[in-house]
Design a protein. Structure first.
Length: 275
């Protein structure tokens, strides 16, 4: 998360609808960056123990009376229940409230059907948000003012980087690349483990080498200002072992076309889910 993203000056209440994995990650990020717990209301029918424990710090969990003057309402429920949840928010969202949805596949037009007069932001985070290293892409409708966009940005930035787009149609590709992307990286670690075992390594050692190599390389990429291609080249000696492996991975039928096909399939499915 950004060290400069200080939420201590947020005046109006923030309402979080849903405190599952991603909702909980956002909530923990907000509190870690200074948001007053008393300014947070969480609506979650089945709160986990760690969410319940936040009540002792001042977070309002499932209050009987719900505020209608919230600065922001963040929807972090599963898209399957969106049809029920979104229209009910009209009683919570005031005229100055920005509604931020992180429901996968739910478009701005879908949200507008339930909240026709609201300032709406659709966002797609990813699972590294749980450790403050996620990246979120967001797009707003025309009703979002500059201060509302700033508030939405700051709330989303509590779990990592935030990028804004103006064309919502890009969200399907965003979902395919960064939303689903962590699964591809975890699969790489799985595949490296299996390949190491096939090359003769004991399974436990292969798994550890794969995990630490993927994690360490990701951290190096994160910290370095050097582009990925140059980092790759820095590891590759002409005629060496890395070059032999890359000859396979970078062949015409290698990793690039396979990933392009995978991203296209994920983007297609995202469009189907959005209806």
């Amino acid at each position: 998360m950004s060290p400069s993203n200080d939420l201590r000056d947020i005046a109006k209440p923030i309402v979080l609808i849903g405190a599952g994995k991603m909702g909980a990650a956002l909530l923990q990020g907000w509190l870690a960056t200074g948001l007053d717990p008393a300014k947070v209301t969480v609506l979650e029918p089945q709160p986990a123990d760690d969410i319940k424990a936040l009540s002792a710090r001042g977070v309002q969990l499932n209050p009987i009376t719900k505020s209608s003057d919230a600065g922001a309402v963040v929807i972090a429920v599963k898209p399957q229940v969106a049809e029920t949840v979104v229209p009910a928010l009209a009683a919570i969202a005031g005229a100055s409230t920005v509604v931020v949805s992180i429901m996968a596949g739910k478009t701005l037009s879908f949200l507008q059907r339930g909240l026709p007069d609201a300032a709406l932001v659709r966002a797609m985070p990813n699972t590294p948000a749980a450790i403050g290293r996620g990246i979120t892409v967001a797009v707003g409708n025309r009703r979002v003012s500059a201060p509302q966009r700033d508030l939405a940005h700051r709330l989303l930035a509590a779990t990592g980087a935030v990028e804004w787009i103006s064309d919502e149609r890009l969200m399907d590709a965003v979902t395919a690349l960064s939303g689903s992307g962590p699964a591809y990286v975890f699969l790489l670690a799985e595949s490296l483990t299996r390949a190491g075992i096939a090359a003769g390594l004991p399974p436990e050692l292969a798994a550890k080498l794969a995990r630490e190599t993927v994690a360490g390389s990701g951290e190096l990429l994160h910290r370095s200002a050097v582009d990925p291609a140059t980092l790759r080249q820095n590891v590759t000696s002409p005629g060496g072992t890395t070059a032999a492996a890359l000859e396979i991975l970078m062949a015409a039928d290698g990793l690039d076309p396979l990933l392009a096909k995978a991203i296209a399939a994920a983007a297609k499915r995202s469009r189907e889910l959005a209806g």
